[in-house]
Design a binder for this molecule. Sequence first.
Ligand code: RIB
Length: 309
Amino acid sequence: MAGRIGVIGSNMVDLVTYVTRMPERGETIEAPSFDMGYGGKGANQAVAAARLGSDVMMLTRVGDDIFGQGVLENLREQGIDVTHSAKVPGMANGVAPIFVEPSGENLIVIVKGANATLSPADIDAAADDLKRCDLILLQLEIPLDAVYHAVAFAAENGITSILNPAPAAPDLDVSRLKGLGWFCPNETELALLTGLPTETEDDITAAARALIARGIENVVVTLGARGARLVTGDSVTRIAPVPVTPVDTTGAGDAFIGAFAHFHAGGAAPQDALAQAARYAALSITRRGTQKSYATPDEFAAFAASHPG
Ligand code: RIB
């Protein structure tokens, strides 16, 4: 069974340069290849969930330029409902220059562009359609006021919400996230938001519980090649990593969150949804690009058969 997911978030055009090494300050280096693709944490998560079969609506703001037009067309091609996504007159689309090393590790700069205009009023304007969602999915490439408003809207309407607090925002006010169902930081974001260490397993559990004490229901900490941890008020569940040889890790976190949203909204138990998400993210890092690296259900089934975990 597939659920209906409302993504309130960003879109970007990714400008990806594959380098043999990162340049030093003041240095010019030549890189062997370049690729352009659709990205942005919100759109990436929406595409991952839609590609897996969820019914997805996206509320985003695009630029008044060729990038913005392309973003809307791409979302439509993925089967995503963009009724509540709009062009912002006079503004450029969000872009993300990205550098990927041979190890698959990356360095990303984002320019928010039109994403910076998404407001609480835009959420209210989409309220009737958002109320039909099983789950609302959020990240931090849009203004924080919109994020707080969306969390409150979801709680008031009994809709499960997931917030992926990326990129890390030191000014995120956790006290304004009461009623948030799922908070999914990586360990760096967790340390930044709590001011607590995240070096050891016990540190991670304690930092996650500090968030739970402030009104968040569940915390999922993503740990890259070490898998993930699901921390609730009274349990800790390890989500095993799925070992692969990385080609490009860009968008792997978004693959994880989008897949988790898909499986969770579809009714899977949390630990099963998270194990599937880890597998989906692992598959994505064996391929180049962000949205381009997200598998179809058939490709995912084949990968899952050879990587049972
Ligand atoms: O998480 C990866 C994404 O971060 C990229 O697609 C880029 O657009 C930035 O938003």
